[in-house]
Structure formats: C-alpha cells, structure tokens
Design a protein around this ligand. Structure first.
Ligand code: NOJ
Length: 545
C-alpha cells in the first residue's frame, strides 16, 4: 500500500479528505440502472486524480432494499445488485493500490426482517436468537409506548403473532432492532466487524450508533415541538442512552486489535453536537462522531462560525473534529444554499470545509455542484419520501440521483434506465465538462484539496479566529511556524478588512474568477487593509513550510 504517513504522525483519518459514495448512484457497470462495486472500481482513477484519500461507501450488503441497503439480510455478503465478494476484494485492493482507504457502513442498530437471525428470533420465545432482538409482550391492541417509526410516521411497534409480542422498528417496520444488552448479540456483531476488518476494510461508518441501546423501562419519549421528521418527540428513551458508551469502548477495542489505525466514525443521528462530541469518550470510544451542524445551518459567516466554534468547544480534549455539508439523508448543500448565487456560495462553502480544522467529508457530486430537484410521486423510491408525500420535502431521493459524469444519455452513469432520474442539468453540469475547465467548481475543489495536501498547517494546524466585518469568516491555521489565513466573504457585498501578509495560495471572486486579475497564486500579499469582493475568497500563506 502506498499510503502517505504524515511527518506529524497523525493517524491517516485526521489528514484524509473523505468522499462518500452512495453505491446505487455512483457508477453502473452492467446496464441495470443501479450503481455497483465494479463501477466504483472503474472510477478509482478519477477519485485519485480528484485527490480524495478515503471513501465511505454506503451499504452494499445483501438486502431486500426496503431502505436501500440500510436493511441488511446477510452481514457477510455483497448484494448481487452490487456484485459479489470478489468485486469487493478487487475494489479494496485497487483502492489501496492508489493510496485510497475504504470505510464501509456498519448497520447494526437493526437488521432486515429478512435476516435469518430475525426469522429464528420471531419463531418462538424459546429460540436461542429470540433475545437478540427487542420484544414487548402484547396485551391487547395498545402499543407498549409512543415510540415511532421515523420512515413510516406511525408506531414503531409491530405485532409478531407467533410469539404474542411486539417487535421494534424505529426506522421502517422491516428493520427490527437488536437488543444490545444481550451479550451474545454483541459478540455476533463484533464478529461481523472482524470479518470485514480481516478482509482489509479501513474502518466503519456506524449507522445510527447512538440508537443501539434503548431505555430499560421502555418509557415513552416526552413531547418536543419541532418540525423535522423527528415527529414531535425528544428521543431520550428510544435513543441516546448512556449505556451506549460501554458498547463504543468494546468496539474501540475490536478496532484497535488491528494494525493500520482502523477508524470508527459514528453517525449519532441527531442534531445535538454535545451528544456527538460525547461519543469520543476520553480517547477510548469512537475516533470520530459526525458533526451534523453544517447540514442544518442557515447560510452565513456568523452561522457557520458559531457552529464550528461550538463543535470545537464541545469536543473533549484530544478528540478530532470533522465537518460535512451534504450526505445521502439531507438536501444537497448546493440546493440548500443555492437559491441565489449558487456557484459562488458553493465555492465559499468548499473553501470553508477544506480549510477548517477537522476531517472533511465530501458527498459524491458536490464537486460539480449537483443539486436536488423535487421528484414526482411516481419517481419516488425512498420510504420516507413516499410516507410524507406530498406534504413534506423530507424524502431523500433528490440527494441520491445518479452521478453526472458526462453529457451522454444516462450521464455516463448507466447505459440502462437509471433507478432514479438523472438531474436534467447533466448535459451542462457534469464531471467531464468541469474537469476540462480550469475555472469550474470541480477545478476549485481539486485545487483546494491539493492545497490542503501541500500545506500541513491546513490539515493539522491550530485554528485561531480572526476579527472580520459582517459576512466575512476569517481564521488562521498554524503549524511549525507556517501560517495559512483564510478569508471568506459569504455575502454579495464588498467588504474591507485587514489581512495578514504573506503570499497568495488561492483567490477567487465571481467577477475575477480563479487567479484572474489577482492576486495570482504566489503573489505577495502585503499586510494591509484590502477589499474582499462579494463572495470573494483569499487564502494567504506565511512562513516556511
Ligand atoms: C441512517 C442512514 O444514514 C439512513 O440512510 C438510514 O435510512 C437510517 N440510518 C436507518 O438505517
């Protein structure tokens, strides 16, 4: 493996640029309209050229696909839709050969109801696997409590006549939830983790990790006013129980028993950064817990800075931050922020994501500004979208449309009929066109990733906020006497501000474009007051590297 080890000996996942692939939508290799593992392998050269260091691949395991792979019926098999185990081995070897790590999705809060474990468990109360899942006795039609299935927007309790019990599914009814208090279940899951680590996976993104443990008294959640699909509940009893930290410590021990800094990245399923931060423990739980603050932030310098500051403050000593703007569950940020000045905002957002202190997670297609479009009822596939149509925009299909590689029919994604419609903007918005254009959003992203690699201060340096006028977010990263200062104007108006001296590392504004009209890369920037144009971006380096 030609993996770069940093001279500061930071684990690879602290300096890596991650790229999330939703495998159904990235690259189809066999014309069935659904992306697959061979397709991903065929695009590794692209990913390497773009500069990503690590992939997080959403589930590709055997599944009835009720929740598109987040409902697993065999944890040790690749679904035939995506290929086979040999395709995974080939993908892993080919990625590692290019210095790209591969993190896979571990979905172990629940299985599919078609998993043989659940078939056994539901067959009788005396079955040895019965207690691997959560059950409540059924005494009449009344559900045991008010817990809700998020994707069906109704009670999470489903009847199991064979045992006269209810089982729990807080996502869909086809995703029965494990009883993590059961030691045998825990062992079975750690064995699954070892299976993939033995194969060479570089770690796990852990689906809804803070949901593993439920209240031992099965109390109803209290009411909470909110308009998200959290269904007016504060999830303190069906998720986020303190006992989960003991499980994280056990997971950490499993990961640490392998060489190569295998990484555990938890999805803490919620918007609470304090909760996410607590999942790092004291260096003995998860390596990273997703910080979702930016996914729900309004646009604006102050809004983002407040969220970043809060996250840094909440993280326990020694924990490493991370940032993400888009994923497969939320509207793409190009759509969220792009009602006006979409392209300029996407560049400012990219500079923020790639220059803050913390591991950046990119979502496939954000590098070309893929956006979301409302889909008609007939096109919807996501159970949440179907359950809430047409009332809400919570369906997740719009952020999962096929990757736009080129302007050919099927956008270079498939030669068949894509499982979700390709966004109609693909003839103009696609990878091929943007790679050929040095002024494109793709080129801006790729340039920032190169800069992050060339400047260890951007990956590992300390962060100090700088005073800035309204709409401007400014900070300095410092490492070993080298500093990199970043000035981002989130608004359309010109702003005057004091900049630190040095040489320009990157600059952009809507009127001047990249490097045109200055400062050009390498130009001296005197310490002075200067104008940052609307949506202007300036990155200045000072001191020796
Ligand atoms: C969170 C995943 O990101 C989402 O896509 C999935 O539907 C749920 N967990 C349930 O597994």
């Amino acid at each position: 493996m030609t993996m770069t080890t940093h001279r500061h000996n930071a684990p690879w996942w602290q300096t890596a640029v991650f790229y999330q692939i939703y495998p159904r939508s990235f690259q189809d290799s066999n014309g069935d309209g659904v992306g697959d593992l061979k397709g991903i392998t065929s695009r590794l050269d692209y990913l390497s050229q773009f500069g990503v260091d690590a992939l997080w691949i959403s589930p590709f395991f055997k599944s009835p696909m009720r929740d598109f792979g987040y409902d697993i019926s065999d944890y040790r098999a690749v679904d035939s839709l995506f290929g086979g185990m040999d395709d995974f081995r080939e993908l892993l070897a080919a990625a590692h050969g290019r210095g790209i790590r591969v993190v896979i999705d571990l979905v172990v809060n629940h299985s599919s109801d078609e998993h043989p474990w659940f078939a056994e468990a539901r067959s009788s109360r005396s079955n040895p696997k019965h207690d691997w899942y959560i059950w409540r006795p059924m005494n009449g039609p009344r559900r045991p409590n008010n817990w809700v299935s998020l994707f069906e927007q109704k009670s999470a309790w489903q009847p199991n006549p064979a045992t006269g019990e209810w089982f729990l599914g807080t996502f869909t009814r086809n995703q029965p939830e494990f009883d993590w208090r059961n030691p045998e279940l825990r062992k079975a899951i750690y064995d699954v983790a070892r299976f993939w680590l033995d194969l060479g996976a570089d770690g796990f993104r852990m689906d809804v990790a803070t949901a593993y443990v439920k209240d031992d008294q099965f109390r109803s959640n209290p009411f909470k006013w909110n308009l998200s699909p959290d269904i007016f509940q504060e999830h303190i009893y069906d998720r986020n129980r303190p006992e989960v930290h003991g499980i994280f410590r056990e997971f950490r021990a499993v990961a640490q028993s392998y060489p190569g800094d295998r990484v555990l990245i938890g999805e803490t399923h919620g918007r609470d950064p304090a909760l996410a931060a607590s999942c790092h423990g004291s260096g003995d739980e998860l390596h990273m817990a997703f910080n979702f603050e930016f996914l729900f932030s309004p646009w604006g310098a102050r809004a983002f800075r407040e969220r970043a500051e809060r996250w840094y403050k909440f993280l326990p000593q020694g924990a490493w931050p991370n940032f993400t703007l888009s994923n497969h569950d939320q509207r793409r940020h190009y759509a969220r922020y792009g009602k006006r000045d979409a392209d300029a905002r996407a560049r400012v957002a990219a500079a923020m994501l790639l220059c803050l202190r913390g591991t950046p997670f990119l979502y496939y297609g954000e590098e070309i500004g893929m956006t979301c479009r409302r889909l008609g009822r007939a096109a919807l596939r996501d159970p949440l979208g179907i359950a809430t149509w047409p009332l809400s925009g919570y369906g997740r299909d719009p952020e999962r449309t096929p990757m736009q590689w080129d302007d050919s029919p099927g956008a270079g994604f498939t030669s068949g009929t894509p499982w979700l419609p390709v966004n109609p903007d693909f003839p103009t918005r696609n990878v091929r066109a943007q790679m050929a254009d040095p002024g494109s959003l793709w080129s801006w992203y790729a340039g920032l990733i190169r800069l992050r690699k060339a400047e260890p201060a951007l990956a590992l340096g300390s962060l100090t906020w700088l005073d800035a006028p309204p709409d401007v977010m400014a900070w300095t990263r410092e490492l070993d006497g080298r500093s990199v200062s970043v000035y981002l104007n989130f608004g359309p108006r010109r702003r005057e501000l004091a900049v630190r001296g040095g040489s320009a590392l990157a600059a952009w504004s809507p009127t001047r474009g990249y490097g045109k009209g200055g400062p050009n890369r390498g130009d001296a920037v005197p310490a002075s007051r200067r104008v940052l144009e609307g949506y202007g971006i300036l990155i200045v380096g000072e001191g020796t590297r």
